[in-house]
Design a protein. Structure first.
Length: 310
């Protein structure tokens, strides 16, 4: 039994719900008091992720990130269709763009850039459900703005880089491909965001690399969307929603399956590190604190929740 004097205390001036979070962390038996205190003090409480005064920054981050992702993905599709770049360049570019976006603003919003990812984080318990509609809407707006820009530059050609089943492939084949590809993508995202992995910024390499690798072999079948927002922008601006349902149902189903796989592999979500990765960290000092805690985990000074007995 841990003496009362060693129980973790919330930061001075914290609101009552911070005390509730401290009590919740204190209830995890395998963790030492110092570990619980680090998780509470350095990651903060849920107010940091739910603060409505900071939501506009997160939404702008998602808008900007999705704009650039769709700009590169759909723009590459247009130029490939026009014969100006090869397929490898067209499918690797979005992966590199996602890598860059995660590195430069992932800590602000979590860099979801994808309604399927927002859904997965929420199902996993790493993202508040009440913020999902705002993220999804702003992602769709960012995708539409990117395609409006492409339409202004190139005109309405090559379906504005829309994702469509490839020649000789039916909708159901593209659907199955999108389901399986999204299972892999979301599994990589959830896995690299978890406390058990604790790989920090290298997660960007895993996510970006997976997107590029998936596109290199599967683009001829379905266009390798894995993202309803990426497919929405070209469909809306070009006015062609042919087969769009494939790129909504497929990624959403894949995200749900990936959440199930994550539960089997790592148990329930909601740990402090995954919550920070999924929700973003905006309060002053939290980024340095997260790096400090990551270093403590790597040195073995702190054991993340869920892997104490590993």
């Amino acid at each position: 039994m841990t003496p009362p004097s060693e129980q973790p205390r919330p930061p001075a001036g914290a609101a009552p719900d911070a005390t509730a979070d401290a009590d919740r962390l204190a209830s995890v038996p395998p963790l030492m008091p110092r570990t619980r205190h680090l998780l509470m003090l350095e990651f903060g409480d849920r107010r940091d992720f739910d603060d409505p005064q900071l939501e506009w920054r997160r939404l702008f981050s998602e808008l900007l990130g999705t704009f650039f992702l769709v700009l590169v993905a759909a723009g590459g599709g247009i130029l490939h269709g026009e014969g100006q770049i090869g397929l490898p360049a067209a499918v690797v570019a979005p992966g590199l763009m996602v890598l860059a976006i995660i590195l430069f603003m992932g800590a602000i919003s979590g860099a979801h850039l994808n309604p399927a990812v927002s859904l997965a984080f929420a199902l996993r318990g790493d993202f508040p459900w009440k913020r999902v509609p705002g993220y999804v809407i702003i992602q769709l707006i960012g995708a539409a703005l990117a395609c409006l820009f492409l339409d202004a530059v190139f005109g309405n050609i090559q379906h504005l880089g829309a994702t469509l089943p490839g020649p000789g492939y039916a909708d159901w084949q593209a659907l199955l491909m999108e389901v399986v590809l999204t299972v892999g993508l979301v599994s990589v995202i959830l896995g690299t965001a978890s406390a058990a992995q604790n790989i920090g910024a290298i997660a960007a390499l895993g996510v970006g690399g997976y997107i590029a690798l998936a596109g290199l072999w599967s683009a001829p079948v379905s266009g390798t969307s894995m993202n309803p927002a990426r497919s929405f922008g070209p469909a809306l601006v070009s006015g062609d929603f042919t087969s769009y349902w494939v790129y909504v149902l497929g990624p959403l189903a894949g995200a749900v399956i990936a959440v199930g796989c994550a539960y089997v592999l790592r148990g329930p979500g909601g740990d402090a590190i995954a919550r920070a990765a999924g929700s973003g960290v905006l309060d002053e000092g939290s980024l340095a604190a997260r790096q400090h805690l990551s270093g403590a985990i790597e040195r073995g000074d702190v054991v993340p929740p869920g892997i104490e007995d590993a």
